[in-house]
Structures are given as C-alpha cells and as structure tokens.
Write a protein that binds this ligand. Structure first.
Ligand code: NAD
Length: 267
C-alpha cells in the first residue's frame, strides 16, 4: 500500500485480535516489520501472521509473552530485537476489562487489570527505551480509552487503569521530550471487538432479542455507553491513527490523547 513505515519495526502487544490485529495490518501495509503478541488458538495466530506477511511482503513474527509476566515481556522485546533487528515502535495494546460495582469488585480482577493495562506497558517501555534512545528515534503508543477521561458505573478498575496509562503516557513523553522518541495514547470509544462483544451478548440476552436486533439500542444507551455518532468505531479507524503517530509527520505529537470516540468526549 504505502511506504511510510518502510524499514521500521514494531512490537504490538495484544495483536492476535481486535484493535491490535488492525494495528499490525495497518503498520505492515505501510512497510513495517511486525512482532505479534497475544493469546489465542495457535493455528489462528499462525494464519494471521502468514496472511499479514504474505499480503504486505514484510517480516511478521509472533511471541506468546504473557503480559502479566515481567520476564516474558522483557524476553519478548529481546526476541523482537533479535528477529526484527531492532524495535522502533512499541504499541502497548493488550488489555483486560471486568465489570462489577466497587462494592463487590474482586481484588484478583482489580490486580489483573492493573497488571495487563498498566504495569505491562511500563515494563515493555522500560525494555525498549535504551535502544530507542541510542538511535534517537522511537514511537510508543498506549491504547487507552475514553475511560482515560470519563467513567461509567461498573468500570472502576478499567477506568482507573486507563487514567493511569494516560498519566504514564504523559510522563514518558516529557522524559523523552529532547529526543526523537514520542509517546502518545490512542483513546477509542466503543469498537466492536472481543472485548465489547461479550457485553453486547449480555445486553441482547437481557432483552431476549438477537444480537443484530440489539445493536442500535446498545449504542444508544445513555449509560454505560453513549457514543453520539451512533455506530461502532471500526478497528481500521483506530489503526489509521497509529500509522500517523508512527510516521515522521507525527513527530510533534507528545503526550497526547488521540481520541477517536464518535463524539463521546465532546458532550
Ligand atoms: P480484544 O479482546 O480483541 O484484544 C485484547 C488483546 O489483548 C488480545 O490479543 C488478547 O489476547 C490480549 N491479551 C489479553 N491479556 C493478555 C495477556 N495477559 N498477555 C498477552 N496478551 C493479552 O479487545 P480490543 O478491544 O481489541 O482491546 C485492545 C485494547 O483496546 C485494550 O487495551 C482495550 O482496553 C482497548 N479499548 C478497546 C475498546 C473497545 O471498545 N473494544 C475501547 C477502548 C479501548
């Protein structure tokens, strides 16, 4: 497609499905070599890896690091550095959600969300920074959410982690401000992926209608979702922002929240 990212290499966590897989496809389409990561059926992951590599004629590898394991995260960065030659771009995208009121929010779920949504990006960022500094070029993108700014009942842990990752994004951006390394957050509204699909299943079941029949009512809810544009945002719309942030044109984007939210935060 394009050559904006030709010669660049990217590690994308949680890229075996949803938004992460779309990042991988979009960056590969602009010439970047990719290290995929995430859970899933190994045959499906291999199909995704091979399809991206074949379609865009770039190297694509997969590392199965569990984002809750700090050594596995560091080993993933080392593996990417060895197989891709370097890591120019890190996209911290793996994420977990769990809904429950604070009154009975399970502490193990709270800790799991912080481990994957906040601590893993910290560990991965720490692992890539030395080589990015040595080349004076790097792109770090954290997938946050509109929940980096607002919340809805039942999402205390998710909202807290997304506020935290926005704060981390700002910190890294200022600590690298005199370098060619940028750190920004992409903040999506509601995108139809595995993460939102479970919620949609429950919503349809509660109303005794099919999922397709429930779509309009789901997107129209005041709480916990209200996306004024009244449609789901596509993974491709999110991934296009990542291509821009990774390009040389995005060099002045520092510590920014790139919201793609169908007008959600404009209200
Ligand atoms: P998804 O469930 O399709 O993707 C999540 C990815 O993270 C998967 O690849 C999964 O395997 C991976 N993952 C989860 N735990 C992991 C672990 N311990 N180690 C390694 N990988 C792990 O959902 P998605 O919607 O594509 O989510 C991607 C990111 O986008 C998340 O950070 C999420 O919070 C964020 N987000 C999603 C939406 C939405 O509406 N879907 C909105 C705003 C932000």
């Amino acid at each position: 497609m394009g050559e904006t990212l030709k010669g660049r290499t990217a590690v994308i966590t949680g890229s075996t499905s949803g938004i992460g897989a779309a990042y991988a496809k979009a960056l590969a389409a602009e010439g970047a070599a990719i290290m995929l990561n995430g859970f899933g059926n190994l045959a499906d992951i291999e199909s995704l890896r091979a399809a991206i590599a074949d379609e865009h004629a770039v190297s694509v590898f997969y590392n199965a690091a569990d984002m809750t394991n700090h050594d596995e995260i560091r080993n993933m960065v080392a593996d990417a550095t060895e197989r891709l030659g370097k890591v120019d771009i890190l996209i911290n995208n793996a994420g977990l959600q769990h809904r429950s009121l604070v009154d009975d929010f399970p502490i193990d779920k709270w800790n799991a969300l912080f481990a994957v949504n906040v601590t893993a990006p910290f560990v991965a960022t720490q692992a890539v920074l030395p080589q990015m500094r040595s080349r004076d070029w790097g792109r770090i993108i954290n997938t946050a959410s509109v929940n980096a700014f607002i919340t809805s009942p039942g999402t205390s842990a998710y909202t807290s982690t997304k506020h935290a990752i926005m704060g981390f994004t700002k910190s890294v951006s200022l600590e690298t401000i005199d370098t060619g390394i940028t750190c920004n957050a992409i903040c999506p509204g509601t995108v139809r992926t595995n993460m939102s699909e479970h919620r949609l299943d429950a919503f349809a079941a509660e109303r005794g209608v099919s999922k397709e029949e429930a779509l309009d009512a789901y997107i129209d809810q005041k709480l916990p979702f209200h996306q004024p544009m009244r449609r789901f945002i596509t993974v491709e719309e999110i991934a296009a922002a990542a291509v821009y942030l990774c390009s040389d044109a995005g060099a002045a984007m520092r510590g920014a929240a790139f919201t793609i939210d169908g007008g959600w935060l404009a209200q």
